[in-house]
Design a protein around this ligand. Structure first.
Ligand code: F6R
Length: 639
C-alpha cells in the first residue's frame, strides 16, 4: 500500500455479529474488507503474543481469491505498524500437481507475489507442498509424491500448527480435500473435483489445462491445529456455507467436519452468509427485533412459502409459521399485509426520475454494466426527457480476447488501404500488434498498444450500446480510473486520484439523481472498488451541499432480495427486446466472456432472467403483473 492510498476504514475491535444456531461458530461482517481485516487482526494478535513469549508461531496458509484481503492487511500492518513476522513458520495447505513453482498458477509463485515478498518470514521457515514432479510415462511418480507428503506431514507434526486459515471451495473442500476425503486423512495426492477444476479454469485459460491432481494437507492434518478459521466471501459461497454450517456432517461436504469443533470458526461477509437460516429467516431461530425491513421480509417470505398473494394471508397463517409476534405488533394480518402491499406498490416506478427534466448520472464500473443492469430504466429516463449521462469508470480492457484485437487491427489496415489513408503506416501498426500477440505467453500482461486497442474496442461498443438507447455521445464519459490500469485482473488499491476523478465529474454535472452498481460479487471486486470511490466522492461533496438521490443497481452478478427493493421500474416486452439489443452491442462480451464468474449464463441472459423473475415475484405477491422489472435500492449514507 502506498502513502497515497486511501486507508480502508478499519475496526479496532471485533465488529462482526455471531450467527445463531449454526453447527460451528460463525461470525458475519458487513463487508468482505471487514471480514478480512478481522482475520488479519486475529493472526497479528497471535504473532505478537507468541513473540512476546519468545515462541515461534506456526501458521497453515491458503491461496485463492478469498485470503487476498487478509494478506494485504497483514502487509499493511507490517509496513505501517511494524508487525514482525520473523517468528513465523508457515505451511501452505496445497499445491497443484504436477506444476512448476514458477508457473503462473503455482501456489509457490502466488504466495511470493501476494505475501512472502512483502513480509519478513525467513525463506527457510516457509513451506509449500512440492508440485514439480517429473512425470514418468505420463504419470505422476506416486511413491516419490507419497514420500514427500509423509515428510511434509512429519514436519507439521514436529512444529505443531497454531492456526490454520482456510477458504472453502464450492465443492465443500477445505485445502483440496474434495468430497469423499476421510476425516483422518493426512497430506496426500488427491484428484480434483470437477467443480474445483471449473472454478480454476479462468486461471489456467481453460478447464482442459487445469491439473487433474493436487497435493493437500489432509482433513486430519488441519484438525490437529489449535485454531481453525474458515473465511468465506461472496454470494457464490452462500450455498456451500449453508451446507457446511447447517447441513449434515458428511464427507460429501468436507467443511462440515468442522461442525461441533470448538477450535473452528467461520468468518463470513453478508453475501456468503445470506443463505443461513439466521439471516434468511431469523424469526425461525430466535427472538428478533422487528424493524420495518425485517417485517417486510417476513411477510413476503410467508406469502412465498404459502404461495398466496399478500392480501390473501390470514392470522392463522402467521400463527402457524412462527410469526404470531408480528400480529401482536400490527393488530391483524389484514392491516399488516395491507401496509406491506402498499409499500410494495409504492416501489413500482415507471418514471424513475419524475417528469420534470433532470440531470441523471449513471456510473458504470465496466463499459456494459449500465445496459445490463438498468437498460430498461435508461429507456424510461430518456423517454421522460431527462439529460442522461453515463460514466464508464474503467476501460474493461482485461476482458477482451486477443482475437478481437486481431480482427479490428486487420479491419483498420484494410479500411486504410481501401480509402488510401496512409496504408503503409496502418499495415505496420497491424504487423506490430500481431507480433506482440504472437510473442505473448499465456497470462502475460498485454503491451500498452494492445491494452489501448482493447480499451478502444470496449469504448466503441459502449458508445453504440448507449446510442441505441438514445444517449448521445457527448453525454458519455470515459473515466479510466487509475486503480484498474494494471493490464491484469489484479487491481491496485484505490487512490485519492480515483476519487478526485469521480468528484470532478459530479461537480461538473451536478446531477439530481445518481445510479451506482451495488454488487458484492463481481469476480475481481471492481464494482466494489468503484462504489467505494463514488461514496467517498459523494460524502465529500455532501459537505458543500451537493446531495443527489443515489440509487444502487444490480444485475450482472447478483440481484436484490425482494424485501430490499425500493424502486422497481417496469419493462414492456419491447423494452426487454430493446435492452437485449443494447447488450448485444457489447460484442466482445457476447457468446462467451473472458470472466463469466460462476454463472454459466451469458450476461444478457442473466439480466433478462433476473428482470423477468422480479416481475414474477411481484405477480405472485398479488401486485400488478409486468413483463419484467429492474430493481433498485436507495443508498443511505451510513451504508
Ligand atoms: C487454496 C485452498 C482452497 C481454496 C478454496 C477457495 O489454497 O486450499 O481450499 O481456499 O478453493 O478458493 P477461493 O478463495 O479462490 O474461492
Amino acid at each position: 500500500m502506498t502513502d497515497a492510498s486511501i486507508p480502508r476504514p478499519r475496526k479496532t475491535s471485533r465488529s462482526g455479529r455471531k450467527v445463531q444456531q449454526t453447527k460451528a461458530e460463525a461470525h458475519v461482517f458487513e463487508t468482505s474488507e471487514d471480514a478480512a481485516s478481522d482475520v488479519a487482526m486475529t493472526i497479528a494478535a497471535l504473532i505478537r503474543k507468541k513473540a512476546h513469549q519468545g515462541d515461534p508461531v506456526v501458521l497453515g496458509l491458503p491461496t485463492g481469491s478469498t485470503p487476498v484481503g487478509v494478506y494485504r492487511e497483514l502487509i499493511r500492518m507490517h509496513n505501517q505498524e511494524g508487525l514482525d513476522f520473523s517468528n513465523c513458520f508457515t505451511f501452505n495447505l496445497d499445491e497443484y500437481c504436477p506444476i512448476q513453482p514458477d508457473a503462473l498458477q503455482s501456489y509457490h509463485r502466488w504466495m511470493d507475489e501476494n505475501f512472502f515478498n512483502a513480509v519478513n518470514i525467513p525463506q527457510e521457515q516457509r513451506r509449500i507442498p512440492r508440485g514439480d514432479f517429473p512425470r514418468h510415462e505420463g504419470d505422476i511418480p506416486r511413491q516419490e509424491v507419497a514420500d514427500e507428503c509423509a515428510k511434509y506431514e512429519r514436519k507439521i507434526d514436529d512444529l505443531g500448527l497454531d492456526l490454520v486459515l482456510l477458504g472453502i471451495g464450492r465443492s465443500g473442500h477445505i485445502g483440496f480435500n474434495e468430497p469423499g476425503s476421510p476425516i483422518d486423512s493426512g497430506t496426500r495426492l488427491v484428484t480434483l473435483d470437477s467443480v474445483t477444476r471449473k472454478d480454476a479454469a479462468e486461471d489456467f485459460f481453460g478447464e482442459e489445462h487445469v491439473p487433474l491432481h493436487a497435493i493437500t494437507m489432509g482433513v486430519g492434518t488441519i484438525l490437529k491445529a489449535h485454531t481453525i478459521i474458515v473465511l468465506a466471501l461472496g454470494e457464490h459461497k452462500a450455498d456451500i456455507v449453508r451446507q457446511a454450517l447447517e447441513g449434515p456432517r458428511t464427507d460429501r461436504v468436507v467443511a462440515s467436519f468442522l461442525q461441533g469443533n470448538v477450535k473452528a470458526e467461520f468468518i463470513l461477509d453478508e453475501a456468503a452468509a445470506s443463505e443461513l437460516t439466521a439471516n434468511k429467516t431469523p424469526w425461525l431461530v430466535g427472538p428478533v427485533s422487528w424493524t420495518s425491513s425485517l417485517t417486510r421480509k417476513a411477510v413476503l417470505w410467508l406469502s412465498f412459502q404459502l404461495n398466496r398473494p399478500l392480501l390473501e394471508l390470514e392470522d392463522v397463517h402467521f400463527r402457524e409459521h412462527g410469526l404470531h409476534e408480528l400480529l401482536g405488533n400490527h393488530g391483524s394480518a389484514e392491516s399488516l399485509c395491507q401496509s406491506v402491499f402498499n409499500d410494495m406498490m409504492a416501489t413500482i416506478c415507471p418514471h424513475p426520475a419524475g417528469l420534470e427534466p433532470k440531470d441523471v448520472l449513471v456510473l458504470s464500473p465496466h463499459p456494459d454494466d449500465d445496459v445490463i443492469s438498468m437498460g430498461g430504466t435508461l429507456i424510461h429516463l430518456v423517454a421522460d426527457g431527462h439529460r442522461v449521462h453515463v460514466a464508464y469508470m474503467t476501460s474493461g480492457n482485461v476482458a477482451v480476447f486477443d482475437f478481437e484485437v486481431l480482427r479490428f487491427a486487420d479491419f483498420v489496415a484494410e479500411y486504410c488501404t481501401e480509402f488510401g489513408i496512409d496504408p503503409n503506416r496502418a499495415r505496420d501498426r497491424t504487423d506490430m500488434v500481431r507480433e506482440s500477440l504472437r510473442k505473448k505467453r499465456a497470462g502475460q500482461v498485454d503491451d500498452p498498444d494492445v491494452q489501448f486497442i482493447k480499451a478502444l474496442i470496449r469504448k466503441t461498443e459502449a458508445k453504440r450500446a448507449a446510442g441505441s438507447l438514445g444517449i448521445p455521445e457527448e453525454r458519455l464519459h470515459f473515466l479510466n480510473m487509475p486503480f484498474y490500469q494494471t493490464g491484469s485482473a489484479k487491481k491496485r488499491d484505490l487512490s485519492p486520484k480515483d476519487v478526485t476523478i469521480v468528484q470532478n465529474l459530479l461537480r461538473e454535472l451536478r446531477p439530481q439523481q445518481v445510479y451506482v452498481a451495488g454488487e458484492l460479487s463481481d469476480p475481481h471486486g471492481t464494482h466494489r472498488m468503484c462504489a467505494l470511490a463514488i461514496y467517498q466522492a459523494l460524502d465529500e461533496l455532501a459537505k458543500s451541499g451537493l446531495k443527489p438521490d443515489v440509487w444502487l443497481y444490480r444485475g450482472a452478478w447478483q440481484e436484490w432480495e425482494p424485501h430490499e427493493i425500493e424502486q422497481a421500474v417496469p419493462m414492456s416486452p419491447s423494452d426487454v427486446r430493446h435492452k437485449r439489443e443494447a447488450i448485444f452491442k457489447h460484442q466482445s462480451q457476447k457468446d462467451y466472456a473472458m470472466y463469466p464468474g460462476h454463472d454459466p449464463r451469458e450476461f444478457w441472459q442473466r439480466a433478462q432472467e433476473r428482470n423477468r423473475h422480479t416481475a414474477e415475484i411481484y405477480k405472485a405477491l398479488g401486485l400488478p403483473a409486468y413483463h419484467a422489472l429492474e430493481a433498485f435500492v436507495r443508498r443511505r449514507s451510513e451504508r
